[in-house]
Design a protein around this ligand. Structure first.
Ligand SMILES: *Cc1c(COP(=O)(O)O)cnc(C)c1O
Length: 340
């Protein structure tokens, strides 16, 4: 099977497993796991922040980051297809009392005019105060898109004294593709999360970064939510290994995604625009093909290729370090046959 459902399906390599089994560890609830501490400091440094917190998932890193910025009964603004709004099972409302309003834009882009129209930090006694804006970079359901108005939004929020939350699950992809350093994005945000278990290939883990104070509070809430951990340095070691070995190579995943997009665009013109595939995610729209998502997903599976659906008419194919250029080409040809 060639599995392009997600970049989370990768398995730890032999080198990564060796790093995990030789990691020095201790009890992290006491702050005594040297490998976790090293990972937290390294990621904080890479992202231009004072401190970091290693978490079991990106969702938890987002839950802790958003709750540090958005008090119960206040709101966060984000794009309508943001992971924080759609794919965290309502965690920010269910656990933190956060309400959400959204803007909609192609590719999940920042739309400054819409953000300006939504922002309402103090509209009087009836209205929920806006406490922060959250941006996803790259934008997952938008098709792995890089945010092209990131600095303009950060400038606008600075001027208004409102904090930015960055969901940087795939910030590494944005950075490799755009040439903008991770810190140049993340340092503009008051809280930012990054995943180690997507394109970077670690089996588990994300890191939340922010000020010392924000991370101190997030550490308390992580424990309160039952997610403190002990000798998890075995997992942090995988993250450190991933940062050493698997960041620059994301460019290969991006080239493979572009190749898939070109093959699909040839087979089903208009389903995907290859020049809009900036990183490792290809979203193809089936509306004009007369095929259903279920039909194509099932047909691909029968031919040994796993892909996913997003929404009623869209397929998603995600490239990663366990899918070679040859695998990606083969998978694209299988899907192309089903579309044409
Ligand atoms: C994967 C992902 C996350 C975190 O997901 P977990 O499965 O909780 O680790 C957060 N944001 C985005 C945009 C993602 O793609």
């Amino acid at each position: 099977m060639i599995d392009l459902r997600s970049d989370t399906v990768t398995r730890p390599s032999a080198g990564m497993l060796a790093a995990m089994t030789s990691a020095p560890v201790g009890d992290d609830v006491y702050g005594e796991d040297p490998t976790i501490t090293a990972l937290e400091e390294r990621v904080a440094g890479l992202l231009g922040h004072e401190a970091g917190l290693f978490t079991v998932t990106g969702s938890l890193a987002n839950i802790l980051g958003v709750r540090a910025l958005v008090a119960p009964g206040t709101e966060i603004l984000c794009e309508a297809n943001a992971h924080v709004a759609r794919a965290e099972l309502g965690a920010h409302a269910a656990l933190s009392g956060v309400t959400t309003r959204t803007w909609s834009a192609a590719g999940g882009q920042i739309d400054l005019d819409q953000v300006r129209a939504l922002v309402a930090p103090d509209l009087g006694p009836y209205f929920v105060p806006t406490a922060a804006v959250s941006v996803e970079n790259t934008h997952n359901f938008g098709g792995g898109t890089i945010q092209h108005h990131f600095d303009a939004l950060a400038d606008e929020l600075d001027a208004r004294g409102l904090p930015l939350h960055l969901d940087g699950a795939r910030l590494w992809n944005a950075s490799v593709a755009s040439g903008v350093a991770p810190a140049a994005y993340a340092s503009r945000a008051a809280a930012a999360s990054v995943c180690l278990s997507k394109g970077l290939g670690a089996p588990v883990g994300s890191v939340l970064v922010g000020s010392q104070e924000l991370v101190r509070e997030a550490r308390v809430w992580r424990k309160r939510l039952g997610a403190g951990w002990r000798q998890a340095g075995v997992l942090a070691a995988a993250g450190l290994y991933a940062l050493d070995h698997n960041v620059e190579r994301l460019a290969e995943d991006h080239a493979n995604a572009r190749q898939i997009a070109e093959i699909l665009a040839d087979a089903a013109p208009g389903s995907v625009k290859p020049d809009q595939v900036e990183t490792n995610i290809v979203v193809a729209d089936l509306a004009a093909t007369g095929r259903t998502v279920a039909e194509v997903v099932e047909g691909a599976k029968a031919a040994g290729v796993l892909i996913g659906g997003v929404g009623a008419t869209q397929l998603r194919l995600v490239t990663h370090l366990d899918a070679s250029a040859a695998h990606c080409r083969q998978a694209a040809e299988v899907v192309a046959r089903l579309l044409s």
